[in-house]
Write a protein that binds this ligand. Structure first.
Ligand SMILES: Cc1ncc(COP(=O)(O)O)c(C=O)c1O
Length: 402
C-alpha cells in the first residue's frame, strides 16, 4: 500500500499482503524454510551482516515472507517500527523482558500481571540475579519513587487480565523515560485495535496472538512490536534464544488478524450489554469492565482507549464454593477453560488474592472472569440466568430446615 489508510478495518484487510508478488494469490503463501540458498559465496558471506534487518530472508530462524507478512500487518495496526513473531504469548513476554535486563538489574512489575509472567520474574529472573519489585496498578506517576539507579524496565499489563485495573500508561511512561527506563506493556486485552501503545509512550508492546488476533482457540502465538531503537536488540535476543514461530501457525494467525475487527466489534458490543445486565443482578457485587465507571482506572480507559474487548470480571456476593460451582458448572454455552479471545464464550473462577504482593485484593466476594464470544447475547444471558437460578436453588436447599 502506498499511502496509509485511515481505518484499522482497511489496514487489517490489506496490510502485509503483497498479492502481486505471489501470482495474485490473496493470502501470502506458507513458506516452509530452514536452509536458504544463495547464488554466490559473496552473497552467502554477506548474509550475516544484515541478519537483523527487516525483511531479510537468510535462514528459517530469522523469518520468511510468511513471517514478515504477519509482522508488517501487526506493525501497520499497532504502530512502532517493527514486530517479531514468537511461538506463544509467554515466549513474547519472556523474550521482551530478556532483551532489556541483565544480572544485577531491577525490574518494576505491575501487581495485576498475568500469573505466569509473575512466576517468570520470581523464579527465572531471580535466578539470574534480576530483582523484581511489584507495584500498585493504579500508581500512575508515583512509579518514579520506586525507580532505582539499576531499574531497567517498567512493565505494565493494562488492564490486568484478571482484575481489570486500567493503568495510567502516559504518566508511567513519562516518569520512566525521565529516568532512562524502558516501558514494556502487555497489550493483549485491548489488541492493536483498542489501544495504540506507541502513542502513549510505550517502547515495547507484547501480545499473546493466541487470543483475539488468531481468534479461534486453536493456535499458540506471540508478537512483540517495538520502536526502531529496540528492533535490533529484540531480534538479536529472539535469535539468541532460537525462538521462531512455525510457518502454518504464522499463516493462520495472519488469517485471524484479517477478521479481528469484525469479530471484536461484535464481541465487544455483546460484552458491554452483558456487563450492564450483570450489574443489575442481585447476585452480582462488582462488575469489573474497563468501560464501566466502577472499574478502577476507568478514567484512563476513557481518555486513552478506543474500545473495550470482551473479557471482564464480576464478583458473586455468595462466596460459598458450592454455590459458585452450581452457577458455573452447569452452563450450556460458556466453557470452563483458560485463555480467551476465541470465538466462543468462557467462564472461570479467579483467585487474585493469592497472587498479590504489593496490593491487597478483597476476597469477600467470589471473582469470576467472563469472556464473551460470538454466540447471540440473548442465548448467553439465558445461560447466565439459569446459572443464577441453580445458585439460588442450592442456597435455598442448604438453608432449608431439616
Ligand atoms: C495477558 C496475557 N498475556 C500473555 C499470555 C500468554 O499467552 P500464551 O497463552 O499464548 O502463552 C496470556 C495467556 O493467557 C495472557 O492472558
Amino acid at each position: 500500500m502506498s499511502s496509509k489508510p485511515d481505518y484499522d478495518e482497511t489496514l487489517a484487510t490489506h496490510a502485509g499482503r503483497r498479492s502481486l508478488e505471489n501470482h495474485g494469490v490473496v493470502n501470502p503463501p506458507v513458506y516452509r524454510a530452514s536452509t536458504i540458498l544463495f547464488p554466490t559465496i559473496d552473497a552467502f558471506d554477506a548474509r550475516w551482516e544484515n541478519r537483523f534487518q527487516k525483511g531479510n530472508v537468510i535462514y528459517g530462524l530469522c523469518g520468511t515472507p510468511t513471517t514478515f507478512a504477519l509482522e508488517d500487518a501487526m506493525t501497520a495496526l499497532e504502530g512502532g517500527y517493527g514486530c517479531v513473531v514468537l511461538p506463544s504469548g509467554m515466549a513474547a513476554v519472556a523474550m521482551a523482558i530478556l532483551a532489556f535486563v541483565r544480572g544485577g538489574d531491577h525490574l518494576l512489575m505491575v501487581d495485576a500481571v498475568y500469573e505466569p509472567t509473575r512466576k517468570f520474574c520470581d523464579n527465572f529472573l531471580a535466578g539470574i540475579g534480576v530483582e523484581t519489585t511489584y507495584y500498585d496498578p493504579l500508581i500512575g506517576e508515583g512509579i518514579e519513587a520506586l525507580i532505582r539507579p539499576n531499574t531497567r524496565v517498567v512493565y505494565l499489563e493494562s488492564p490486568g487480565s484478571l482484575t481489570f485495573e486500567v493503568q495510567d500508561v502516559p504518566a508511567i511512561a513519562r516518569a520512566s523515560h525521565g529516568r532512562g527506563v524502558r516501558v514494556l506493556m502487555d497489550n493483549t486485552w485491548a489488541t492493536p485495535l483498542y489501544f495504540k501503545p506507541f502513542e502513549h509512550g510505550v517502547d515495547v508492546s507484547i501480545h499473546a496472538g493466541t487470543k483475539y488476533i488468531s481468534g479461534h482457540s486453536d493456535i499458540m502465538s506471540g508478537l512483540v512490536t517495538v520502536t526502531e531503537e529496540f528492533y535490533e536488540p529484540m531480534r538479536r535476543t529472539v535469535f539468541g534464544f532460537g525462538q521462531c514461530a512455525g510457518a502454518d501457525d504464522t499463516y493462520a494467525v495472519l488469517r485471524g488478524l484479517r477478521t479481528m475487527p469484525a469479530r471484536l466489534s461484535q464481541q465487544s458490543e455483546q460484552a458491554m450489554e452483558i456487563a450492564k445486565w450483570l450489574k443489575n443482578r442481585p447476585e452480582v457485587g462488582r462488575v469489573l469492565h474497563p468501560a464501566l465507571p466502577d472499574c478502577p482506572g476507568h478514567e484512563h480507559w476513557r481518555r486513552d482507549y478506543l474500545g473495550a474487548s470482551s473479557l471482564f470480571g464480576f464478583t458473586l456476593r455468595n462466596n460459598d464454593r458450592n454455590a459458585v460451582s452450581s452457577f458455573i458448572d452447569g452452563m450450556r454455552l460458556f466453557g470452563i477453560g483458560a485463555s480467551w479471545g476465541g470465538y466462543e464464550s468462557l467462564l472461570i473462577p479467579a483467585y487474585p488474592e493469592s497472587l498479590r504482593t504489593a496490593t491487597k485484593w478483597p476476597n469477600d466476594e467470589f471473582l469470576v472472569r467472563i469472556h464473551v464470544g460470538l454466540e447471540h447475547k440473548d442465548d448467553l444471558i439465558a445461560d447466565l440466568e439459569q446459572g443464577f437460578e441453580r445458585m439460588r436453588s442450592i442456597s435455598s436447599t442448604e438453608s432449608a430446615p431439616v
